[in-house]
Design a protein around this ligand. Structure first.
Ligand SMILES: [Zn+2]
Length: 126
């Protein structure tokens, strides 16, 4: 059995949301605000073992947030249209930009949960 099997799914997800390593929960995921570290400084887990593993989640979460903002645009009817457009643009930048590291943390945690604890490195050849 791998070490991952002893971890609860929500525990792994919560670690990602806290921007911590999904395996040990201690090492920080990011070297800076939006720069993902290559490995965990505590347990050595490689965060993005295959380039693009988290791409789909990041794309879909950005699309989902954009969809929410589009719905908000249709529901909110400002007296001055350009002010409403400006507010929606600022909200989009804030929501999508500020949530970026948290969404990436969730993506890394989900990738770890799905792929398992393959700390030996290297993706299996297909
Ligand atoms: Zn770790």
């Amino acid at each position: 059995m791998s070490a991952r099997s002893s971890l609860d799914f929500l525990q792994v997800l919560f670690r990602g949301l806290r921007l911590r390593c999904p395996r040990c929960g201690q090492g920080p995921l990011f070297a800076s605000w939006n720069h993902l570290s290559e490995t965990c400084p505590v347990c050595g887990l490689e965060f993005e073992r295959r380039l693009g593993d988290t791409w789909f989640f990041m794309y879909m979460s950005t699309a989902g947030l954009s969809g929410v903002l589009v719905v908000a645009m249709f529901l909110i009817r400002p007296r001055v249209v350009w002010i409403g457009q400006l507010l929606v643009c600022l909200a989009a930048i804030a929501v999508i930009g500020l949530s970026l590291p948290y969404r990436k943390g969730i993506a890394v945690a989900l990738d770890y949960w799905v792929e398992g604890d393959d700390s030996g490195g290297g993706a299996p050849g297909v």
